[in-house]
Design a protein around this ligand. Structure first.
Ligand code: TXA
Ligand code: MG
Length: 327
């Protein structure tokens, strides 16, 4: 059985946090909320505990984990030779949805970083996550979904994938941002975005020249080479939702649509909201929800690649089986 601890997101109950922290310190897996998505946590300094994450998720062994901290001082314990640019980014964005890739300290087991000599570190902007880390230890956590599935933004999503397979989940309701953190590599005065996310390119540009890693020959962020975030249904990205619906109808398939405006056609619809921020916070739930309604094809409306729109399009492209071009 998985222990479900319901906590108040603003004022997490001490006794419940203490129960979860004890499990982490014992080497068990605890799923917990962050402002981005739910994480599947283990003691980052315990190799055996970290191995459990890979096993339970079915995660490729060459895909390193992010280590979550509760105060900036912990960066110095886990990383070495922290560059000046990284310090500026920490000052500006910690706690928040930014992950920094730094040189790893020898105290971190190789299992946590999948054998790399770098370590990804972030401080989540979520009371529950911070209290859990403070009461235990730095926590290694990928998104708490089975490898390849949409990331979890609610405790129900985590239980769908891991019921009975993990010791505990802390349920504090929905995640505010709904897409993962931005993973960056700070290099002298350049910031390389390895994965777009909650902190935007525009926000980073105040701190140096920003480059988006192409994911070319040697993927800098190993996770980005796998198909990801995929619902059971086919996923089509469409600039022209109406046209995509016609194409799918011609195939005689059951259709789900995620879009800003409700289509006139009779389809399963999940509203994407009115802003890019709303779309981001709803996307992963919408994919799971439309799957549960049994559609064959999900058509997701394309958005402009500005602000959080860059991360929305990144996740859609990773999950898509087809891009519907304008006629
Ligand atoms: O918002 C988030 O980042 C969530 C919450 C739970 O914090 N976590 C998350 O973890 O999305 P995960 O494991 O699903 O994605 C981590 C990404 C992967 O693309 C991985 O390859 C990359 O970060 N990464 C981790 N360590 C790295 C390293 N040392 N160098 C380059 N990329 C790294
Ligand atoms: Mg993930």
């Amino acid at each position: 059985m998985t222990l479900v601890l319901r906590v108040d997101p603003e004022n997490p109950e001490r006794d419940k946090i203490e129960i979860a922290a004890k499990l982490i310190k014992k080497g068990e897996l605890v799923a917990f909320p962050t402002e981005t998505v739910y994480g599947l946590g283990a003691d980052a300094l315990n190799a055996e505990a970290v191995k459990k994450i890979f096993r339970v998720k079915g995660r490729p062994l060459d895909n390193p984990l992010i280590v979550h901290i509760a105060h900036a001082g912990q960066v110095e314990e886990l990383a070495r030779d922290v560059p000046e640019l990284a310090r500026k980014l920490i000052k500006a964005f910690f706690p928040g949805p930014l992950t920094l890739v730094l040189k790893k300290s020898p105290v971190v087991p190789k299992e946590t970083t999948a054998g790399l000599d770098t370590i990804a570190i972030r401080m989540p902007a979520n009371r529950v996550a911070l209290e859990l880390i403070k009461a235990s230890t730095p926590i290694a956590a990928p998104s708490a979904n089975l490898s390849g599935k949409p990331s979890p933004t609610r405790a129900e999503h985590v239980l769908e994938d891991f019921q009975s397979k993990i010791a505990c989940i802390i349920d504090a309701g929905e995640c505010r941002i709904g897409l993962e953190s931005t993973v960056v590599l700070p290099e002298e005065d350049r910031i390389k975005i390895l994965r777009p996310g909650g902190i935007t390119k525009e926000q980073l540009e105040k701190f140096g020249e920003v480059e988006i890693a192409s994911g070319g020959d040697r993927p800098l962020s190993p996770g980005m080479k796998y198909r990801h975030y995929s619902p059971e249904a086919e996923l089509w990205i469409a600039r022209d939702v109406k046209q995509a619906i016609q194409e799918a109808k011609n195939l005689g398939r059951r259709i789900g649509v995620i879009a800003m405006e409700k289509p006139e056609e009779n389809v399963e619809f999940y509203p994407a909201g009115r802003t890019l921020e709303e779309y981001a916070s709803r996307l992963f739930h919408a994919l799971r929800e439309l799957d549960s309604r049994g559609v064959d094809i999900i058509i997701a409306e394309a958005v402009e690649e500005r602000g959080i729109g860059l991360a929305i399009m990144n996740r859609l492209k990773k999950a898509a089986t087809k891009v519907v071009q304008n006629s």
